[in-house]
Ligand binder design. Structure first.
Ligand code: OGA
Ligand code: MN
Length: 287
């Protein structure tokens, strides 16, 4: 099957046309989708709104679905719910509810699960109910950003190790957001700052809100470099901003894409997306 792709941005991203991602796929049908994923880093599917089971089926083609971190409304399941709706009452959360603080934390550029040892191959964020305006999800490529780094900066970061920490990221927002138990469940982890895609050798940077320190560096030096790299990666013209329609599902490569949520009238409109986060099978096999 040859696949029709429509680029979303000059630097990365493609809409996959003519594939209904809610339908079961054979491994053969999935293969060109995986190729497109390695090439474009972000894939958009438009179709009917997915059920949870359909989203899991699509996710399992990419790898092993992670169990969501406990702090999420759906913690312990395979879904991380991105929503301003309280599913116990079906009402929108009040503006001062702690869930609304979590939603704000998503507005910092980040890579999902980078604070976990296994990291993540990709996330799939699929719409269930979207607001009429606002609440775009923005994505940017650290592969494209790496390619335009000055030569000396490439050399400087080549062998660095970066420490990612969930509590570091959340404390920057609000010290009270995580419980001690949640903190203990997510100790800091180390990753190579420069990631190499095994399928095509392309390099990218694993940075964003969870990136706390460069291993062995002071907090100040770490911040200077990590902030500089995020800034370099996220100029306006390098961002693809996705305005959600019902039925959209986006896959992004967490090894080379940073993403963030953007504001919407969250006390007025309902917004509900479900995310699955997927670990590379080769990591699971090696562990
Ligand atoms: C996520 C995320 C952004 C959004 O699901 O991981 O960061 O726009 N979502 O909801
Ligand atoms: Mn996220």
């Amino acid at each position: 099957m040859s696949l029709e792709v429509r680029p979303l941005h000059d630097l990365f991203g493609a809409e996959v046309v003519g594939v209904d991602a809610t339908r079961p796929m054979t491994a053969e049908e999935f293969a060109p989708i995986m190729d497109a994923f390695e090439t474009y880093s972000v894939l958009l599917f438009r179709g009917p709104v997915m059920t949870d089971a359909q989203q899991i089926a699509l996710s399992e083609h990419f790898g092993v679905v992670q169990v969501a971190f406990k702090a999420n409304q759906t913690g312990g399941s395979m879904f991380s719910r991105q929503s301003n709706i309280n599913f116990e009452t079906n009402e929108i959360f009040p503006a001062d509810h702690h869930r609304m603080t979590f939603l704000k934390a998503n507005m910092l550029w980040h890579s999902d699960s980078s604070y976990m040892d296994c990291g993540s191959l990709c996330s799939i964020l699929a719409s269930r109910e979207v607001p009429p305006s606002g609440g775009n999800t923005e994505v940017v490529s650290t592969r494209a950003a790496y390619e335009r780094l000055p030569h000396d900066l490439k050399n400087r970061i080549e062998d660095l190790t970066v420490v990612h920490s969930l509590s570091y990221a959340r404390d920057k927002m609000d010290m009270s957001i995580l419980t001690d138990e949640q903190r203990d469940a997510a100790p800091p982890v180390k990753h190579p700052l420069v990631q190499v895609n095994p399928a095509n050798g392309k390099k990218s940077m694993l940075i964003g809100a969870h990136a706390a320190f460069i291993d062995g560096w002071s907090e100040e030096d770490s911040r200077d470099l990590l902030d500089e790299l995020v800034e370099h990666s996220t100029p306006q013209e390098s961002i693809y901003s996705h305005a959600w329609q019902n039925g959209d599902a986006i896959v992004w490569d967490n090894r080379c894409i940073l993403h963030r949520a953007t504001p919407f009238e969250s006390t007025k409109y309902r917004r509900h997306l479900e995310r699955t986060t997927i670990t590379d099978r080769s990591w699971v096999a090696a562990a």
